[in-house]
Write a protein that binds this ligand. Structure first.
Ligand code: NBX
Length: 797
């Protein structure tokens, strides 16, 4: 939008006076942030209103992305960038003696997600708006986001994330759009003639769902979509008869906390309540809005697509059926057709422990009507498909069995599309994990490789690199990332390569400063910055990284590292609070870090840094400065990964396995520009089928590994008596579930090759440039366009 510095400064002054009775002279940074955010909201709200009117007028089809997690991070700079105001506001603030970066730090990260799945949802929100696609989010407004992580004595300690204390300036509470969501009680069916039944209810608990809307502003266009987050409250009128304290507390807890488990299923009642709560509220609002436009219900799939982000919102399927049948008297057959046409589903993991399976008893007592509908869906599925595909296939794919409701089965049967998030992952779904479904519904399966919102991950996170790209190839890449391919023309231009190296060096100096401030560790910006940032999980194998660090440490101690290129290993990772093994690894990383960082023999050859509380805003500070990104999950376990794409876009080289999107990154950059090691998925599957892995054989025959693993239990690494034992046993007694030892040698060799390559500055810089130049296919703009065309059938404005 068009705006002069003077106009903006005037608006900010006004906002400071109106909101805080302050001037630019005596306001503190928090007050400036709040006033600034309100000014910005004022600017985009006009576009928001106009786009809503446009959407209503055209009744064009819209997508609603249902996700129990979102992780937008900070909104201020993103909104400024997308409105085209970043530079104007930066300059205007400088004029009044203020600094945008410092002001921005007063914004609490909106961290209502765990990791990959939630961050992907937010990248999609940015990309949908920025590609002009009508696509909205639907989720829960948790009062407390993902816990804040502190490291105390090397241990993870979890603190509550009280992100709403100062208020959230971006949200709009819409009381007029509140709806009621009902739980429990009894339901019985009454015949109303012509073989039709209507449900009756008694003793239900009613909760009011109040939506809070946040504008998702498109990049330099006219689109503003909506992220709708629901809060649980006491229903209106409940002041007449004072409700029980238990009930009041129930209402309060419903939207209070995000479950802190990533890739793990917890069959807790409150979680099921949360799932139904945001599903029911979201669908009610969509249907109400649709009917208010005067459109006929049987045509709803022409105007509405509902996406189920993993199985947490799978209750969309029976709830949509309930609304159509019970509230709008539609026949089962018609309602089912509309439901399947409207719904689509993404799977994000093949980890067995993540698969949601609710006990029938719980489902029946909490959601009696939904349970009935699920059973009916299941029975009709069996009746229709046994004659077509036989009883055994139907048995394997049934929704209700062994006393459980299988949510993935419900999602596939009740939708027209099931996709994985990278080629290898979608293939594994078809060939292995969901093979029986694939036989029944081959046309429903497809792949949508993940992507990242390039605006946040380079334009905002790495302004200096963005500036250099502008200088080199012009600015068009900011609108269309495909234009980065023009950089290929400079791959042998040393003058340009040196400039890219210089930018990376500045980024590393900045991170070095942060590390000194936060951890009191001095690191050398000339060292290789080698980074692994992601949730802590055994399958992601942070331990493999740590074993390699120990190898380097012993090399130094033994005097075998004279010519080693100095390295700084940087970790960021939260562990689920109940995931003891993951917490043991965090403790071990921190104790190894203490040991190495304080050993004077090591000098600055090797440093290990664990940065606490990894989240979106910290990622924006870490990723630009990486030389190497670690993507070392066991092949076949990481569905896609998305930090791999962020590193690539910021000119870091990947060391990784043939897993997730690493494979597609390798295809994009070529073998010379990535470091691949270890088993591939077929090697792993082969071990699974023949069952012949014996980790102790490797332990006993590999003296280097033996020495490293022994260090975890013989006191060489101090202060990890219990954790060291747990880790040691996992590698030996419990047969190393994720083949860390099996891939160790290959990893070490590849790390060595990487180190040698780093010495050749021209070759290294060229590879970095080629990673950037080939990053466009990992833009989430590309991903959402594919969803839009192939699954949702929605068009850009
Ligand atoms: O989703 C992640 C995957 O692990 C990543 O490989 C992928 O890049 C990312 C985005 O597609 N998955 C994730 O964050 N969570 C879950 O998959 C999950 C599944 C079930 C559950 C809890 C979490 N109960």
């Amino acid at each position: 939008m068009e705006l002069t510095k003077q106009q903006f400064t005037e608006d900010l002054r006004k906002s400071l006076t109106q909101n805080f009775a302050k001037t630019t002279k005596n306001a503190n940074d928090q007050e400036i942030y709040m006033s600034l955010a309100r000014v910005i909201k004022g600017y985009y709200s006009k576009i928001w209103l106009e786009d809503n009117e446009y959407k209503d007028k055209t009744a064009a089809k819209q997508t609603y992305y249902f996700s129990i997690e979102f992780m937008p991070g900070r909104m201020l700079k993103s909104n400024l960038l997308n409105l085209g105001l970043l530079q104007t506001v930066r300059d205007a603030l400088a004029d009044i003696g203020s600094d945008l970066d410092k002001i921005s730090e007063n914004e609490q990260d909106m961290a209502i997600g765990n990791g990959g799945l939630g961050r992907l949802a937010s990248c999609f929100m940015d990309s949908l708006a920025s590609t002009g696609l009508p696509g909205n989010g639907n989720g829960i407004r948790y009062k407390y986001g993902l816990f804040k992580q502190r490291i105390i004595d090397g241990y993870q300690v979890e603190l509550p994330d009280v992100w709403l204390t100062n208020g959230n300036p971006w949200e709009v509470r819409r009381s007029d759009k509140a709806v009621e969501v009902k739980f429990g009680g009894n339901v019985w069916m009454e015949e109303i003639g012509h073989g039709r039944y209507t449900p009756h209810f008694e003793n239900q608990e009613t909760i009011l769902a109040v939506p809070y809307d946040t504008a998702m502003v498109g990049y330099e266009n006219k689109t503003v979509n909506n992220l709708c987050l629901w809060r649980a409250e006491l229903p209106e009128g409940s002041e007449v008869i004072h409700p029980s304290l238990d009930y009041m507390q129930d209402v309060d807890t419903l939207s209070a906390v995000l479950y802190p488990d990533d890739s793990n299923y917890s069959g807790r009642l409150l979680r099921l309540k949360q799932e139904y709560f945001f599903v029911s509220a979201g669908l009610q609002r969509i249907v109400n809005h649709y009917l208010n436009l005067g459109l006929p219900l049987p045509r709803i799939p022409e105007h509405v697509a509902v996406h189920i982000n993993d199985t947490h919102p799978a209750l969309c399927i029976p709830e949509f059926m309930r609304i159509l049948i019970d509230e709008h008297e539609m026949s089962w057959e018609s309602a089912w057709q509309l439901t399947v046409k409207t719904m689509s589903y993404t799977n994000h993991t093949i980890m067995a422990e993540a698969m949601e399976k609710w006990s029938e008893e719980m489902m029946k007592s909490l959601l009696p009507r939904i349970y009935q509908i699920i059973v009916e869906i299941d029975n009709r599925f069996a009746k229709e498909y046994i004659p077509k595909v036989g009883p055994s296939l139907v048995h394997n794919t049934r929704i209700v069995k062994d006393g459980k409701v299988h949510m993935a089965n419900l999602s596939i049967i009740g939708s027209h599309s099931t996709n994985g998030v990278a080629k290898i992952h979608s293939d594994l779904l078809k060939d292995v994990v969901l093979h029986d479904f694939y036989i029944i519904f081959p046309e429903r399966f497809n792949n949508k490789t993940n992507g990242i919102a390039e605006r946040r991950w380079i334009q905002i996170a790495n302004e200096e690199l963005s500036g250099l790209i502008d200088e080199t190839i012009g600015k068009s890449w900011r609108k269309d990332l495909n234009d980065l391919t023009v950089l290929k023309a400079f791959q042998d231009n040393d003058e340009i390569l040196n400039k890219f190296e210089a930018v990376k060096f500045h980024d590393k100096e900045r991170l070095a400063k942060l590390i000194l401030e936060k951890n009191g560790i001095t690191v050398n910006p000339n060292a290789i910055f080698d980074v692994q940032v992601k949730r802590l999980h055994a399958y992601k194998r942070q331990l493999l990284n740590l074993l390699h660090i120990m190898k380097l440490y012993f090399d130094i101690k033994d005097g075998n590292a004279e010519n080693m290129v100095p390295r700084v290993f940087i970790f960021g990772a939260k562990a689920a609070p109940s995931y003891q093994y993951a917490k043991a690894i965090i403790k071990a990383i921190n104790e190894v870090a203490n040991m190495i960082n304080s050993d004077t023999d090591v000098e600055d050859k090797l440093k290990v840094v664990f940065l606490e509380n990894y989240n979106v805003s910290l990622a924006e500070q870490i990723i630009p400065s990486a030389n190497v990104g670690e993507q070392i999950s066991l092949a076949s376990t990481e569905a896609s990964g998305t930090s791999n794409m962020k590193f690539m876009l910021n000119g870091a080289l990947t060391i990784g396995t043939l897993d997730g999107a690493n494979i597609e990154i390798k295809d994009a950059v070529g073998d010379e520009n990535i470091f691949i090691f270890g088993m591939n998925k077929d090697d792993v599957l082969e071990y699974y089928t023949n069952g012949r892995y014996q980790s102790t054989e490797i332990y006993n025959s590999n003296p280097i590994l033996k020495r490293i693993l022994n260090a975890f239990v013989d006191g060489s690494i101090p202060n990890i008596e219990n954790e060291g034992r747990e880790i040691f046993d996992s590698m030996t007694v419990y047969n190393d579930e994720y083949f860390v030892l099996r891939d160790f040698d290959s990893y070490v060799e590849t790390q060595k090759r990487l180190e040698d390559y780093y010495r050749d500055r021209h070759a290294w810089n060229k590879s970095c440039l080629l990673n950037i130049a080939n990053a466009a296919r990992f833009s989430s703009d590309r991903t959402v366009r594919e969803y839009a065309e192939q699954i949702w059938q929605i068009n850009p404005r």
